[in-house]
Design a binder for this molecule. Structure first.
Ligand SMILES: Cc1cc2nc3c(=O)[nH]c(=O)nc-3n(C[C@H](O)[C@H](O)[C@H](O)COP(=O)(O)O)c2cc1C
Length: 190
């Protein structure tokens, strides 16, 4: 390791982690160091969708992962100030659409706080539905359609866990996100 940006001071109190007890740590990391560290973890980009009282909502999200195979569970972390947080709490369902390398405009659109709400926010965007009625974006690399099983408050986000009811995938190439910028999967070398 040639270069490290260390920025932490921590100590622990509490009884340790045996028996499931969680140790309580004090101290904290500089927010910029935290962002830089976690932003160094490359991800794909998804659009999370839901539908409540007939009105669709979509939001760009990259804080997601697979949780369990049996039952099939995924999680996505939603800012608790996002419109999505209230919409998915009310609807109890969502889909995650993994964007393809030619869908950066959809990522930008569904991250734009100025986009119109409801149906108007999906104008000109080709969608289908699977089981829950949440939008599946045409051209996505892959998608999962989920029923919410748990919502866990975690700091300024809510972790939304969903049971996957249906899924699809293609061999399209995904859009990547790393250190605040989009990227592409490099072509395979022979
Ligand atoms: C690449 C990318 C990834 C994002 N990932 C997330 C995420 O995982 N969770 C989240 O709450 N916001 C995420 N955002 C920000 C939201 O997309 C953005 O705040 C959006 O406007 C929220 O929409 P809403 O408030 O209408 O639901 C991301 C934005 C971008 C550009």
């Amino acid at each position: 390791m040639t270069e490290q940006h260390a920025n932490a001071a921590a100590s622990t109190s509490g009884a340790g982690s045996s028996g499931g007890e969680v140790p309580v740590w004090s101290g904290g990391v500089d927010p910029d160091a935290f962002r830089e560290a976690l932003g160094s973890f490359p991800t794909g980009v998804s659009v999370m969708t839901t539908v409540h009282e007939g009105q669709p909502h979509g939001m760009t999200a990259n804080a997601l992962c697979s949780v369990s195979l049996d039952p099939p569970l995924v999680l996505v972390c939603v800012d608790d100030t996002a419109v999505m947080a209230g919409e998915v709490a009310a609807s109890g369902r969502f889909a995650l659409n993994v964007l393809a390398d030619d869908q950066q405009a959809l990522s930008d659109h569904f991250a734009d706080p100025a986009r119109p709400a409801g149906d108007a926010g999906f104008a000109g965007i080709a969608v289908t539905t699977a089981v829950t009625g949440a939008a599946i974006l045409e051209g996505a690399v892959a998608w999962v359609d989920c029923a919410v099983t748990q919502r866990v408050d975690a700091g300024d986000h809510v972790v939304v866990i969903g049971k996957v009811l249906a899924a699809g995938a293609s061999d399209r190439r995904p859009l990547l996100y790393h250190r605040g910028a989009y990227g592409l999967v490099p072509p395979a070398t022979p």
